[in-house]
Design a protein. Structure first.
Length: 144
């Protein structure tokens, strides 16, 4: 693999161009990472809106028609619905794990099978979330 970097003061926006013969798994994962770093979500906490980079988000959760995003130690309200986020995050490391939760697979450190057929996922911040039976296949796909 060859990496070319061109710097120019005339450049208005950073552009990443990938030229390849065939797309393989390593290249797909690299593209997922690039997409992850090029996208932010607006989160509101205590009346203050902040742009939260995707790579800092552990998961999104929906409770009583409100969407929240969770970072390592904070929770922000998000103005997007889960179905909107699911579409936006389709080609990233995020995966739907239940009707109310979308998880960043990059934040997973441990997965345990539960007796009821669900999976318990431990995250880097030691928080635990559950993957419902219906979403296990999609969850496992992220770890190929």
């Amino acid at each position: 693999m060859k990496l070319l970097i061109e710097q120019s003061l005339d450049c208005k926006e950073t552009e990443i161009k990938i030229t390849c013969n065939l797309m393989d798994e390593r290249l797909s994962r690299l593209i997922e990472q690039i997409r992850l770093f090029s996208f932010s979500v607006t989160g509101t906490k205590d009346g203050v809106a902040s742009m939260i980079p995707l790579e800092q988000i552990f998961y999104f959760d929906s409770v009583e028609n409100k969407t929240y995003l969770y970072v390592e130690k904070d929770v922000y309200q998000c103005d997007k619905k889960l179905y909107e986020l699911e579409q936006l995050l389709k080609e990233t490391t995020f995966v739907r794990i239940s009707k109310s939760c979308i998880l960043n697979a990059e934040k997973v450190i441990e997965v345990k099978a539960q007796l009821n057929g669900r999976l318990e996922v431990k995250l880097l911040n030691l928080e635990k979330v559950l993957v419902s039976k219906h979403y296990i296949r999609e969850f496992k796909e992220k770890f190929k």
